[in-house]
Design a protein. Sequence first.
Length: 576
Amino acid sequence: MAMPLRERQYYFRDYYDQGEVLVLEGQQLRCRLSSKFSMIQKYESPLAADNRIVMIEESEGEEATEPANITLELEYDGALKPDGYQLEISKDGKIIIAASNKRGLKFGMDALTRLLSMEDGKCQLPVATIHDEPSFPVRGIIEGFYGTPWSFEDRMDAVHYIADHRMNAFMYAPKDDAYHRELWREPYPEDVFARIAELKQECDDHLVDFYYCISPGNDLQFRSRTDFASLEAKLAAMISIGVRHFALLMDDINYALSGDNLHYLERSGLAHAYVANCVHTYLSSQLPGFTLAMCPSEYWSYWDTEYKRDIREKLHADIKVFWTGSAVFARQIGSRHAQDNHRYYGHELWLWDNIPVNDADYDRLFLDPVRGRYSQLGRTGHQAVVANPMVQWECSKITLNTLAHYMWNSERYMPELSWELSVREFAGELAEDMMFFCRQNLNSQLYNGGYEELNEALKTKDMGRLDVYFGRLESTVSRLIQWDNSKFKEEAGPWLDRALADVELWRAVRRKVTGTGSGTAGPGSNDELRGRAEACQAFKVRLGSDPAWRAAEAWGLAVQEEKSGYRLTLEAEDVT
């Protein structure tokens, strides 16, 4: 199916066509390759984008088994931003992809793949020109949440996802990896280190930058040469497998200095600048080129502090600084706070966006788009945006896709449209059902809107509308349970089951409100209602919409006692 014009105009930064279509014989785009990109013609990774597109090799004096039906030219254009590209599809059967780096060539090929469609056994492409460049040089995912770290299989899939969605960075920083944080002095066990090396190689193979992050701040002794030798040994091990990108994380620690640390360095800002500078000096001695970012202890807020002044004045100019916005879970990141904090820190800022992470709400899934980010954040000293996903990797993909759209073209980002496109990509023919399920699981850290359909029905106590609503919830869940995405069903299973329990609780509420059997064991009884309520409470997860409990509350059968807790109130015999 051809990519609709509306999506082309949104997905690509600058898209131009005159409505003409190039039609080519055959069910593959067979490209005669011509390259002026470099003298080393090795393009297997970026050019093996899709089995519908093949490169035809024509040796001197020999003809290819299947002749080419189009010419593909690759060109170097140093005026384009890194990862950017220009794609030209002409009606004379010639395609030109220009880029300033190999990743740009890959993204140009990915764009060609998106535009290619098949009809009546023929290849079709719009005659078009695309100029596409990212808003941020660094775009990716940081595995930086609390809770069970991802499996290496999830991480491998995350690398593929990053590469397929115009991102370029995977940052390894799981809070509950003991060797990242608690046991930072100790080398990784051989088997774990081997898997990290595999992950790094997978990143290389897919043109994704692998960042190794370490968090020694809880107990690092700043005067101890032994501690610094342990830190350097950990970094040296990563350098030995080709890692060139690093981050020093000093977040979520008790950063008030005490004992010898206090006597030696006086203030935590000075201490953190000192250790980051030591790491920078070490990396400079080992690598001709590297990246170093640091996450300060004051990684959120929107005001200046002594700590930020020390970072501003003492931290090496080349070290990047993470922040999460004006709060740990920032509802808005606007121009003023972005500009102010760039000035307060005095360094290039990298946004560590805690979206859609749910480690503060383990009972929730967050399945809506990122919202409230300044469209021109890249013009306020921000050169990177990385997203911190949920423990549930597969379920994170919907929100991450919208973040990928923002990272690439923040100036044009539209949350609702990105959400629609992301759900469709994720769920295919089940997109309508998936969107309804997503709308029951909005990010409470980011957004208080939503649930309008449910809210209005509860406000007016419209049982007919509520019957339709819960009927749709039941049928939606039933279809999602039958879906062939086993990874989604494994991760979202508890929430799918909880939704069905909510449906049964609503039916018990309805029978209680309309029936006459209060005090008996049958339908409409207090016992039935208690049983359904206890079944819901037995789950350790909940939908953000909380539909059944809110229905019980609307008819005076329940009260909310805390953020996510309700209890029944069944003293009254009659409910109206």
